[in-house]
Write a protein that binds this ligand. Structure first.
Ligand SMILES: *[C@@H]1O[C@H](CO)[C@@H](O)[C@H](O)[C@H]1NC(C)=O
Ligand SMILES: *[C@@H]1O[C@H](CO)[C@@H](O)[C@H](O)[C@H]1NC(C)=O
Ligand SMILES: *[C@@H]1O[C@H](CO)[C@@H](O)[C@H](O)[C@H]1NC(C)=O
Ligand SMILES: *[C@@H]1O[C@H](CO)[C@@H](O)[C@H](O)[C@H]1NC(C)=O
Length: 352
């Protein structure tokens, strides 16, 4: 470190520490410069009792210059990670005044990259690493973790070395299904003064999170449906999951045709003809299986062909019975036995 040297020099060379009454002004008061770049600073004195102004630096100073109120110091290419310089002024009475110019030398990282990227299961804890290679000064580095448009966390580092070092930040997360498909990345930023003149942050590539989770129905878990004549029923078994679920249907037994084609791998079933009963759909992927029941009932006013035929037969029988009653009454017989009824048929009856 140069600081002990500077301060011992200040005392040895001047016999005085920097005093508050020192009338030197530096412009800018401190310098942030990229390694290898140039910088300059202007030292101005507001006193007229001076012998002259000079600059001291391990990389070429400026000799004591008389009869000036300001003196420029310039470095064409910053050669070291630890830079300093100071402006001094000699008073006529032999006193000396010194102002230090703090110089921060920085270097943006060679690379910022993510490591430990993998597919995770819902509920699992996992860690992603961000590697920042060759950055200086690391004590001014912060690594920010982004997920989508949110900042998850930020990390800083305790590092005294002014020369480039590599740093890693590890982010630990628990996998949620909502994070499936979300983008995550890290960003290396040097917090240097002044902020707005500092270098822009460096981002890693974005990683798209893959979270595996079991299927979940997007609609009601079970559905009751009523059949109505002439309208198509659509059974919606859509489930969300990763990997994309596959579907398996089971139908009531008497619908033999569909029963054989129960391996239709589709979330929507539109039966071509409708039978009441329980239709079962299972959605499954590597993470699990869920089952949904569709209970299909007949609408009360609904009429099947069989019911219509039965009703027709009953009506016909009733008509026959009434006709028989009419014939037997005309013949004056009040009991209607089977034989009487046969005798009462139009072909064998006596016309009135
Ligand atoms: C240094 O500062 C003085 C006083 O502000 C100014 O007059 C002078 O032009 C400056 N020199 C340079 C090289 O900027
Ligand atoms: C670098 O960080 C240190 C402490 O974190 C801070 O005091 C200093 O001002 C920073 N340097 C610059 C140039 O901003
Ligand atoms: C099935 O349900 C899903 C989820 O509610 C919906 O997005 C989709 O449009 C439905 N499909 C049909 C054919 O109704
Ligand atoms: C439907 O078919 C399955 C398998 O063939 C059989 O186990 C079950 O008893 C049948 N159910 C009815 C109501 O016939």
């Amino acid at each position: 470190m140069m600081w002990p040297f500077i301060f011992s020099c200040l005392i040895a060379c001047t016999g005085k520490l920097v005093s508050t009454s020192c009338s030197l002004e530096l412009s800018p008061p401190r310098v942030v410069v990229r390694f290898g770049d140039s910088f300059s600073a202007n030292c101005t004195s507001s006193s007229d009792q001076t012998e002259g102004i000079g600059w001291e630096s391990p990389y070429g100073g400026v000799d004591l210059t008389q009869g000036v109120s300001s003196l420029l110091f310039k470095i064409d290419s910053v050669p070291d990670w630890e830079m300093w310089s100071m402006c001094y002024m000699n008073y006529r009475d032999g006193d000396q005044c010194v102002k230090l110019l703090p110089v921060t030398v920085y270097k943006m990282p060679d690379s910022v990259s993510l490591k430990n990227l993998r597919t995770v299961e819902e509920g699992q804890q996992f860690a992603i690493q961000c590697d920042v290679v060759n950055v200086a000064p690391a004590r001014n580095l912060s690594v920010l973790w982004h997920k989508g448009n949110k900042i998850l966390s930020s990390q800083t580092f305790d590092e005294s070395s002014p020369s480039p070092v590599s740093k890693s930040s590890v982010l630990t997360l628990t996998a949620h299904r909502g994070d499936d498909g979300a983008e995550i990345w890290c960003e290396a930023k040097l917090n240097l003064w002044p902020q707005e003149q500092g270098p822009p942050p460096v981002r890693s590539e974005a990683h798209t999170l893959t979270v595996l989770y079991p299927p979940t129905f997007t609609n009601d878990p079970n559905e009751n449906l009523e059949m109505t004549v002439g309208s198509k029923i659509s059974l919606n078994c859509t489930a969300r999951g990763n990997p994309v679920p596959s579907y398996h249907w089971q139908f009531p037994n008497f619908t033999q045709v569909w029963y054989r084609s129960h391996d239709v791998n589709h979330p929507i079933l539109t039966p071509s003809s409708e039978f009441p009963g329980v239709y079962t759909c299972t959605a499954s992927n590597t993470q699990g299986t869920v089952t949904k029941y569709f209970i299909i009932t007949e609408a009360p006013r609904d009429e099947t062909i069989i019911a219509a035929i039965v009703r027709l037969l009953v009506a016909f029988g009733l008509l026959l019975f009434l006709a028989c009653l009419v014939f037997t009454t005309h013949r004056g017989i009040f009991s209607c036995k089977k034989d009487d009824c046969l005798q009462g048929q139009p072909t064998s009856s006596v016309p009135v």
